[in-house]
Unconditional design. Structure first.
Length: 263
């Protein structure tokens, strides 16, 4: 069967990822012919306090497992590790779990061996993987965002693990004073596709434009693409729905799914 090489030609696709983290998705979409509109809805910044993380770093030798759920968690944790005079070698005898293909890649780039990656790239799936292990009494360090979900802490604690969840970065909305600039990018029109890669990108986009406007766009044909189950569920809470959902919850997978929806 003939396959269209640029199915997104002439289609406006909004990318809502933070500055510095949107390039991969933008690149994949542009290769498919999309006219990308970048409206960063979040900023990734250091936490208000490093106190909890610093305490954990001082007793790093006590932990049996470290769990990383995002590339942001990896980058900020290792940056702090270095700032506190610690070496990456301190983790080489630890059991490491990673959620997500890209998280795994970033850890490997740092020379860290990964012991566990859930197939579904979700925290829920990781809890299921730990159900196959005996973690009763084991100490687990979970570097996370300030507004991260509690799925892992609750699930692993229920399995008998002793979990320390420490904030290593903040996920905050972009300033509303950029709203008029973003509206100009859309030229007053509904985009062809809105992409959301996390509940926070959705939540902050809604704070800028309002759920009603997004709903109106969708009724006029705008497609909403969600990277995974958690983001799709967040859409439903706002009476919105995902039109595009990748088989694999990755950035390349999301771009392919958007392209395939127009083939």
């Amino acid at each position: 069967m003939f396959r269209i090489s640029n199915p997104l030609a002439g289609k406006s696709v909004v990318v809502t990822r933070a500055i510095g983290q949107a390039d991969e998705l933008i690149s994949h979409l542009q290769r498919l012919g999309a006219e990308v509109i970048h409206i960063p809805t979040i900023e990734i910044v250091p936490p208000d306090s490093w106190a909890d993380c610093d305490r954990a770093l001082e007793k790093l030798h006590d932990y049996h497992w470290l769990i990383f759920t995002s590339t942001n968690g990896v980058r900020f944790f290792f940056r702090r590790l270095k700032d506190r005079g610690k070496k990456v070698d301190a983790l080489k005898k630890k059991q490491i779990a990673a959620v997500g293909e890209r998280t795994e890649e970033v850890l490997k780039e740092l020379g860290i061996q990964i012991n566990l990656v859930p197939h579904d790239f979700s925290s829920e799936d990781l809890v299921e993987e730990f159900q196959k292990k005996d973690i009763v009494g084991l100490r687990i360090l979970l570097p996370k965002a300030d507004k991260g979900r509690d799925v892992l802490k609750i699930g692993l604690t229920a399995l008998g693990g002793k979990v320390d969840a420490v904030t290593v970065y903040k996920n905050q909305p972009t300033q509303r004073n950029n709203l008029s600039e973003y509206q100009k990018l859309l030229h007053g029109n509904a985009p062809d596709v809105l992409t959301f890669t996390s509940p926070s990108t959705l939540r902050n986009f809604i704070s800028l434009f309002g759920a009603k406007r997004i709903y109106d766009w969708q009724t006029k044909g705008c497609r909403i693409a969600a990277i995974g189950k958690v983001t799709a569920e967040a859409l439903e809470k706002h009476e919105l729905s995902a039109d595009v959902f990748p088989d694999k919850s990755t950035i390349p997978g999301l771009a392919v799914a958007i392209g395939d929806s127009y083939r």
